[in-house]
Ligand binder design. Structure first.
Ligand SMILES: Cc1cc2nc3c(=O)[nH]c(=O)nc-3n(C[C@H](O)[C@H](O)[C@H](O)COP(=O)(O)O)c2cc1C
Length: 202
C-alpha cells in the first residue's frame, strides 16, 4: 500500500514539506556574496545545491524567492560556496536568519572570514573547503531561481586531506533533511562499479 500525493490538489506549502522530506539528504552550500558596493558581506545556507556540470566545472544552488544571496550574485557576478562542517551547525543556522540586506551575516553572527583568491566575496575561514565561482547563468523557475556558477578556484584546508585527497571523516559535512532536521555522515561503505565485461547474471 502506498499513500498518493498530487501537487494539483495539495497546497504548495504541504507539497514543499513532502518534497523536502523525501529528497534527502541534501548537501548544504554555505554561500558567501558581497553587495555591489563591496560594503556588506552576506552568508546564507542553501540546501538545494549540487554539481551541474563537470567540464566546465559548474555548481548550482536555488534561491526560493529573491534573497540577498541571489541579488548579490546577479549584481556582482560572483559567489563562494563554503562547505558546511558539522562543528559550525549553530553558526550556519544563524546565517539563515532574515537579516536586512545591509546587515551582513559575517558581522551579525560573528563569522571569521578570509579573502578569496579569485573573487571578491570572502571565504569562511573555518570552513575546510571553498569553491570560488563566477556567475554562469540563472534560470527562473516559478517562485525560484537556479543560480549556476563556474568554479574558478577551489581552496581545501590541508588538515582534511588524507593522501592528498579530501577525506569524508575529516570534512564532516552537514546535510539538510526534512523539516528542521540536519544530519552528518553516518556509517561508510565502499562499493566499486562493475564494468560490463565483468558482469555475471545469476
Ligand atoms: C540548512 C538550511 C538550508 C536552506 N536552504 C535553502 C535553499 O536551498 N534555498 C533558499 O532559498 N533558502 C534556503 N534556506 C533559507 C535561507 O538560508 C534563508 O532564507 C536566508 O535568510 C537567506 O539569506 P539571504 O537573504 O542573505 O540570501 C535554508 C536554510 C537552512 C537553515
Amino acid at each position: 500500500m502506498r499513500v498518493d500525493h498530487s501537487p494539483e490538489v495539495m497546497d504548495p506549502g504541504s507539497f514543499y514539506r513532502l518534497l523536502t522530506a523525501v529528497v534527502v539528504p541534501r548537501p548544504i552550500a554555505w554561500v558567501s556574496t558581497v553587495t555591489a558596493d563591496g560594503a556588506t558581506a552576506n552568508l546564507a545556507p542553501h540546501s538545494f545545491f549540487t554539481v551541474a556540470c563537470t567540464d566546465p566545472p559548474i555548481v548550482q544552488f536555488t534561491s526560493v524567492g529573491r534573497k540577498d544571496s541571489l541579488r548579490n550574485a546577479e549584481e556582482t557576478g560572483e559567489f563562494v560556496v563554503n562547505l558546511a562542517p558539522e562543528q559550525l551547525m549553530a553558526e550556519i543556522n544563524a546565517t539563515a536568519t532574515d537579516f536586512p540586506r545591509h546587515e551582513g551575516e559575517f558581522d551579525a553572527v560573528g563569522i571569521a572570514r578570509e579573502p578569496s583568491l579569485r573573487v571578491r566575496p570572502p571565504r569562511v575561514a573555518a570552513s575546510p573547503v571553498a569553491l570560488e565561482c563566477v556567475l554562469h547563468s540563472t534560470l527562473r523557475l516559478g517562485d525560484s531561481t537556479v543560480v549556476f556558477g563556474r568554479v574558478v578556484h577551489v581552496a581545501v584546508d590541508e588538515g582534511v586531506l588524507v593522501d592528498g585527497a579530501p577525506d569524508i571523516r575529516r570534512l564532516r559535512p552537514l546535510a539538510r533533511l526534512g523539516g528542521n532536521q540536519w544530519s552528518t555522515v553516518g556509517e561508510l561503505s565502499e562499493l566499486a562499479r562493475v564494468p560490463y565485461g565483468e558482469w555475471r547474471s545469476e
